[in-house]
Design a protein around this ligand. Structure first.
Ligand code: SF4
Length: 368
């Protein structure tokens, strides 16, 4: 959530944060607090990967060059983060471990994206690319349940990474993600983020996409197969390798393919599924209408939570709180301690995550 003097703004992903814990949403999203000297690795690495993919799909019609643009754009984003943020914000700490860790992320990203190009070329998803990184961030007015604009015109925004047309002529949205482990997408049929992207696209184009896919790149790319002490290749099917890498290693070691038929068959069957996961779900007009109605009531709750601390109640549980960077504040709240002191001592305020473009803030903006 971003608060401006004139417009309230929330995003497709911030809404999930609000529903999962209002207290965390308030400190993390509204006040933009972050633990001092803690680098948000997942966020900054994810952003660099997104930048690489943006250029990859912008250059979709240059198949011989797009991998080059993918890697160059990723490295450029990585360098920008290093020079303009990490070295500036962390000063001498950069040379005391932060820099080495960031280099590790760069090397990981280069391998992951190299393989991504191979994966995409073998499992081409779109026939045609329609839009990449739509308007950087698309903004729409949040509407009342009967479809009219609210008085103070709060906004919903989302970054739509990629829109394309599949072989059957249907339009799909693709949302890029990075994850530490192979994700399970078991509830995509009701996933609210998916509906949110379909909703925004429908609002800005008048066209309902067939659905939305998550395009997840797992931050643990495949490696060459292990070589046993006797010089043979390991036949452990759980090792993180691929059919192509295994075949290449058989050749490199001068071994016989016939000795490895079982593991090669298993690797061929699993393909890239442990490293890149694409899964999605369709949406229809009724689901879009349900989303629009629920969005109104949710924003109403957000506005109440901004006004009144009692509506910023927490959602504490073993499952929900693991890894929460606001835990120190939250515990102090529960102990009825000095929250301001904890914030001053342990936290810093980050700049606003999303700026609303001036033309949208202007009274002349007619809205979407
Ligand atoms: S520790 Fe749990 S309850 Fe407290 S703010 Fe974080 S997620 Fe919410």
């Amino acid at each position: 959530m971003t608060e401006t003097t004139t417009r309230f703004h929330t995003t497709v992903t911030e809404r999930q944060g609000f529903r999962s814990c209002r207290r965390r949403w308030y400190y993390d999203t509204v006040r933009r607090l972050a633990r001092k000297n803690q680098v948000p690795w997942n966020l900054i690495y994810g952003e660099a990967v997104h930048t690489g993919l943006e250029h990859y799909y912008l250059d979709w019609n240059k198949p011989r060059l797009r991998k080059k643009f993918l890697l160059e754009a990723f490295v450029a984003a990585w360098e920008k983060e290093r020079d303009e943020v990490l070295m500036v914000d962390y000063g001498s700490f950069y040379d005391m471990g932060i820099g080495d860790e960031w280099i590790r992320y760069r090397d990981l990203g280069l391998v992951m994206l190299e393989y991504y190009d191979l994966f995409e070329s073998k499992q081409r998803f779109f026939e045609d690319i329609i839009a990449v990184n739509v308007e950087d961030r698309a903004f729409v007015d949040i509407l009342t349940p009967d479809g009219t604009k609210m008085l103070d015109r709060p906004l919903l925004s989302g970054r739509i990474d990629l829109v394309g047309e599949r072989k059957d002529g249907k339009i799909w949205i693709m949302d890029h993600k990075t994850a530490a482990q192979t994700p399970s997408y078991a509830a995509l049929d009701v996933d609210d983020q998916i509906t949110g992207y379909a909703y925004i696209w429908w609002r800005i184009t008048g066209e309902l996409p067939r659905g939305v896919f998550y395009n997840c790149l797992v931050k643990d790319p495949p490696k060459a197969p292990r070589v046993n002490q006797d010089g043979n290749l390991s036949k452990d099917k759980s090792q993180r390798t691929t059919f192509d890498l295994y075949r290449a290693e058989i050749k490199a070691q001068g071994l016989k393919v016939a000795d490895y038929t079982e593991i090669l068959a298993a690797l061929q069957k699993s393909g890239w599924s442990r490293y890149f996961v694409r899964d999605g779900s369709e949406r229809n007009m009724e689901e879009i209408e349900s989303f629009q109605e629920r969005l109104y009531y949710e924003v109403d709750d957000m506005l109440a939570a901004l006004e009144d601390e009692n509506y910023r109640y927490p959602n504490p549980s073993q499952w929900n709180c693991q890894g929460c960077s606001m835990l120190a504040i939250c515990r102090t709240h529960e102990e009825q301690g000095d929250v301001d002191w904890v914030i001053d001592d342990l936290y810093e305020e980050l700049p606003s995550r999303h700026e609303i473009p001036q033309e949208i803030l202007s009274p002349e903006w007619k809205g979407v």
